[in-house]
Each structure stands twice: as structure tokens, then as C-alpha cells.
Design a protein around this ligand. Structure first.
Ligand code: NAI
Length: 504
């Protein structure tokens, strides 16, 4: 459907889009109001392709043909024969509307006008056009050739024919087209909100340090980067603007509440790698790694009692305690000396020990969502005895696996973060923003999560996730954690989270 593509804006995104389609066989015309930006982009792309040639990934003939398919456009009117124009210019609604209005006077009737906007409404951009049905979103990720996903955004009046055309074009170029309606943040920037905002929420409550939260989330669920490492990479100014924009556009739904911490750090210029200081410090672009704090040695004098029906966990705990020379009691109730370990879901240690009637000075909580072999999380509460905490940390790490000691938190670190990711994914499915399969695939490709939100729900157990959310909602008394009906219904009906809603 699209053979001649105009790309407007020759910055980071435009040049990547040009390279992607030239590589997949389309003629590309690149335009920018700054002629030098076009030259730079073409030279940049030629250089990249040259490297592929040097590595033997491209033949000499393919290299020459691909470069020849990317041509500069001296004026906007040069795009008159294009059947698709993709804009990747500044992120300002009025500027994009004016560009599309100008283009309507130049291009043919059937030419599709696509926007690479990441935060503006496609429908609003289209509203400035005389033929809004030929306007759609085509939202790529940076760097375009390597990030194998593009959101195909359907505006309120976009003709379905064009959506189909964009899907075919993306597939031909080797990108996964994630079809999504025009909603705030589209699919990926919406689903990605839970990870950062929940981490900031934990930090603001003094649950754990930046380093601890990042370590726990890398080693447990297996995120490639912790949320604070990711903020530093993206730039906190960019991430905070997205958090605020999504929050505003959803009329202050508390699920999306941004954090004052981020706003303040942006004002202070603590943006991350680009300012050499964010949540971490950087020298010559390299993160300065801080060693994990050393743990002092204490005398182990107490037995342990574990409140859990999980046989596998009981065995694991008993084994590590045996390594430490400590014992795990088997009685229904703890002895008068025992350190009591509890395994709450979504309750904080205080709420759970109170409910169970356990002694506060010697009761601690262990996260059952943590990966036992990689990193354990032990949660204390304000009344815990310092020697009890020190003994438990040492005993539970007797096999060399690190033990993070964190402050009281409904849902530790992993439970509450995973539950937030799963719940938001379920809301997205419920609102028809993506089909279940598209949702999980898009999030893995765009955000690099080891599983999609629904996949995480199945991995940790959807019933457990629902319990975490219900308890968090009760402990905090906040609608932020209210479970999505999508999640609740599938738990109650015993159906996979990927089950679509009933359809005729
Ligand atoms: P950039 O600043 O690197 O490049 C923008 C280019 O557009 C500049 O070369 C500028 O001279 C040109 N330009 C500005 N106004 C123009 C106009 N009226 N007509 C023609 N050219 C004009 O920006 P970047 O990062 O490439 O972003 C472009 C668009 O893509 C924005 O809408 C942005 O929100 C979106 N986007 C950016 C992503 C990113 O990671 N950088 C990711 C996804 C979308």
C-alpha cells in the first residue's frame, strides 16, 4: 500500500524511521526545516549501514541500494507524490496540526498522514485536518531500527483501511505492530507507569533505599534494570513529564499519581546519566558502583518459627537455618524464645503480626515472591528488636545468598510492584486498549520486561496478586490499589488472565 514514504523531522526518530523503511525496500524522502539536520541524518544512516556492510550483514549492492532509497527533500512540496508521510517533529500540538494542514494542500487524496507523537492525542492532531480519517499514529521507540515494535494508533476517526496498511508496512519491516486506540500514553507508556510510580512511592515512604529497590527487582522478577537505573537512563525530566501527562489526562486517577520526589529532583537537575548525577553518579558515562553494605557478625542464639503452609518454603528456610546452626520449630505456636517469620501477602508486617497475635519485638516478615536462590527480603517493623533483626539477617543468609532488610511495607518491594504492573495491565485489557496477547508482547519488546503484565500475573499466581491488591487497598485505604475487574473476574472464574471478554 505504501511505497513512497515522506519522513518529516530528521532528528533521532526521523532518521531511524527513514533507515528502517529504506532497509525494507521503500523509497524515503526526508525533510526538515533545518537542511543541515537532513544532511546529518543521511550521513548518520550511511555510517550505520556501512558498519553492517563491514560485518557482512549487507552486501555491497544492498548497501548502495538502501542508501539510494533515502533522499533529501528540499521543500515540503517535494513530498507531493508520497502515499504515506510520517512526521517526527517537535512535540507541540499546534505545530503538528499546522504541518498536517500544510501537507493536505500538497499530497494526494489517498495519502496517509501519520504522527510519531508519544504524548499528544492523535485525534486532536487529526481534528485540525479537513480529512481526519486519513490521520493515524505510528509511534516508534528509540533507536527505531533496533526496537522491533511500533504502536499503530487508531484516532477516533481513522479509517480502518489505513490501520491495516500500517500494520502490513510494519510487519514487512520486521516490527511488531501493536494496534491501540488513541488513549493517554497509548499502550506502552500507559502500561509502563506502574513500575516507576510504585518504586517512587516506596522510596518516599522510606521502605528501602534506591539501591535496594533496584537490586531486589533485578534479582527477583528479573527486570534488566531497576526503576531508578531506568529513570537515570531515560532522564528523569522525560519520565516525570510522562508521569504527569498520563496522570492529568486520566483526570487524576490515583493509580497514576506521580511523585513529588521526581519533581524536586528534576528542579535540582538530578536528571540521570545526561547530567552525570541522578539516583546514581556517573563518571565518563559509567555508573559508579557502590559495594553492597557489609553485614556484621552476631551471636546466633534463638530458634525460628515460620508461619507458612508452603512446604517448599519451609524446607528452604529449614535448610538455610541448619547451615547457620539454627533450628526451625515445628509447633503450631512459637516458643517464648523463637524469632517469628511471617509471610504476608499485601499486608505490612505490623498488620499481619497484629492479626496473628504474635510478639512484635521478635516478629519479622519474609517475602514469598522473592527469588530464594538469588536475593531474599526480610521486612522489619518499628517494634522489632535490633538483635532479632541482626540474627535473622545473618541466619537467613548463611548460604551466601544476600538478604535485604527493608522497612515495613504492605507488599514488601516485589509484591507491590508486581501487583501494580499486573493490575494496570488488567485495566488496559479491560479498557480494550490492547488485546491480551498484544499487551504482553508489546511490553516485552518495548520495555524489555522478562514477562508481560498478564504473564507476570500467571507466574506469581493471579489469586496471590489479587490478595496483595485487596490487602494493600485495605491497609492504605486508597483507591490506588483497587483491583481491576478484569483480574477479579478471572480469579473468581478460574480463567487465565489472557481470556478475552465475552464476544458474540
Ligand atoms: P529531535 O529534536 O531529535 O528532532 C526533531 C527534528 O524535527 C529536528 O531536526 C527539527 O529541526 C525538526 N523540526 C522541528 N519542527 C519542524 C517542522 N515544523 N517541520 C519540519 N521539521 C521540523 O526529536 P526526536 O527525539 O526525534 O522526536 C521527534 C518526535 O518523535 C516527537 O514528536 C517526539 O515526541 C517523538 N518521539 C520521540 C521519541 C524519543 O525517544 N526521542 C520516542 C518516540 C516518539
Amino acid at each position: 500500500m505504501f511505497n513512497r514514504i515522506g519522513v518529516i523531522g530528521a532528528g533521532a526518530m526521523g532518521r531511524g524511521i527513514a533507515q528502517l523503511f529504506a532497509s525494507s525496500g521503500q523509497q524515503v524522502l526526508l525533510f526538515d526545516t533545518r537542511a543541515e539536520a537532513i544532511e546529518d541524518a543521511l550521513a548518520f544512516n550511511r555510517n550505520l549501514l556501512q558498519r553492517q556492510l563491514a560485518k557482512g550483514k549487507l552486501s555491497e549492492a544492498e548497501f548502495e541500494a538502501t542508501c539510494a532509497r533515502m533522499q533529501p527533500a528540499a521543500a515540503l512540496t517535494d513530498l507531493k507524490d508520497c502515499d504515506l508521510v510520517i512526521e517526527a517533529i517537535v512535540e507541540i500540538l499546534e505545530v503538528k496540526q499546522k504541518l498536517f494542514a500544510d501537507l493536505e494542500a500538497i499530497v494526494s487524496e489517498g495519502c496517509l498522514l501519520a504522527t510519531n507523537t508519544s504524548s499528544l492525542s492523535v485525534t486532536r492532531i487529526a481534528a485540525g485536518c479537513s480529512r481526519p480519517e486519513r490521520v493515524a499514529g505510528f509511534h516508534f521507540f528509540n533507536p527505531v531500527p533496533l526496537m522491533k515494535i511500533v504502536e499503530v494508533v487508531r484516532g477516533s476517526r481513522t479509517d480502518e483501511r489505513y490501520i491495516k496498511g500500517l500494520v502490513e508496512l510494519a510487519e514487512k519491516a520486521g516490527h511488531f505492530p501493536a494496534i491501540t486506540p488513541d488513549t493517554p500514553g497509548f499502550l506502552v507508556n500507559h502500561a509502563g507507569r506502574a513500575f516507576g510510580t510504585e518504586a517512587l512511592r516506596m522510596l518516599s515512604e522510606g521502605v528501602a533505599t534506591v539501591q535496594q529497590i533496584d537490586r531486589i527487582l533485578r534479582d527477583g522478577p528479573g527486570f534488566r534494570m531497576g526503576p531508578f537505573e531506568l529513570f537515570d537512563l531515560t532522564g528523569l525530566d522525560v519520565s516525570h513529564a510522562v508521569m504527569e501527562s498520563v496522570y492529568e489526562q486520566f483526570y487524576h486517577d490515583p493509580r497514576y499519581t506521580p511523585s513529588f520526589i521526581a519533581g524536586q529532583r528534576v528542579a535540582a537537575g538530578l536528571l540521570g546519566r545526561k547530567t552525570s548525577q541522578g539516583f546514581y553518579r556517573y563518571e565518563d558515562g559509567q555508573k559508579i558502583e557502590q559495594p553492597e553494605p557489609a553485614v556484621g557478625s552476631v551471636l546466633l542464639s534463638r530458634p525460628y518459627w515460620l508461619q507458612s503452609d508452603d512446604e517448599a518454603l519451609r524446607n528452604q528456610v529449614a535448610q538455610v537455618l541448619a547451615n547457620a546452626g539454627a533450628t526451625l520449630e515445628t509447633g503450631e505456636q512459637p516458643s517464648a524464645e523463637a524469632i517469628c517469620l511471617i509471610t504476608p501477602l499485601g499486608e505490612d508486617c505490623t498488620a499481619a503480626l497484629t492479626r496473628l497475635g504474635l510478639p512484635a519485638e521478635r516478629t519479622l516478615a519474609l517475602d514469598s515472591f522473592a527469588s530464594w536462590d538469588k536475593r531474599r527480603t526480610l521486612m522489619r517493623q518499628p517494634a522489632a528488636d535490633a538483635d532479632v533483626v541482626a540474627q535473622a539477617r545473618q541466619a537467613l543468609g548463611a548460604d551466601g545468598v544476600p538478604v535485604e532488610v527493608i522497612n515495613d511495607s504492605p507488599g514488601f518491594v516485589i509484591q507491590r510492584l508486581i501487583a501494580s504492573v499486573v493490575n494496570l495491565g488488567c485495566e488496559i485489557a479491560q479498557k480494550g486498549i490492547a488485546t491480551p496477547d498484544t499487551l504482553d508482547r508489546a511490553i516485552q519488546l518495548a520495555l524489555g520486561y522478562p514477562k508481560g503484565p498478564l504473564g507476570f500475573g500467571e507466574h506469581y499466581g493471579k489469586q496471590a496478586v489479587l490478595t496483595v491488591l485487596n490487602n494493600m487497598q485495605a491497609v492504605y485505604g486508597e483507591p490506588r490499589y483497587r483491583p481491576s475487574p478484569w483480574l477479579r473476574r478471572r480469579v473468581q472464574l478460574g480463567l487465565p488472565l489472557t481470556t478475552p471478554d465475552f464476544q458474540e
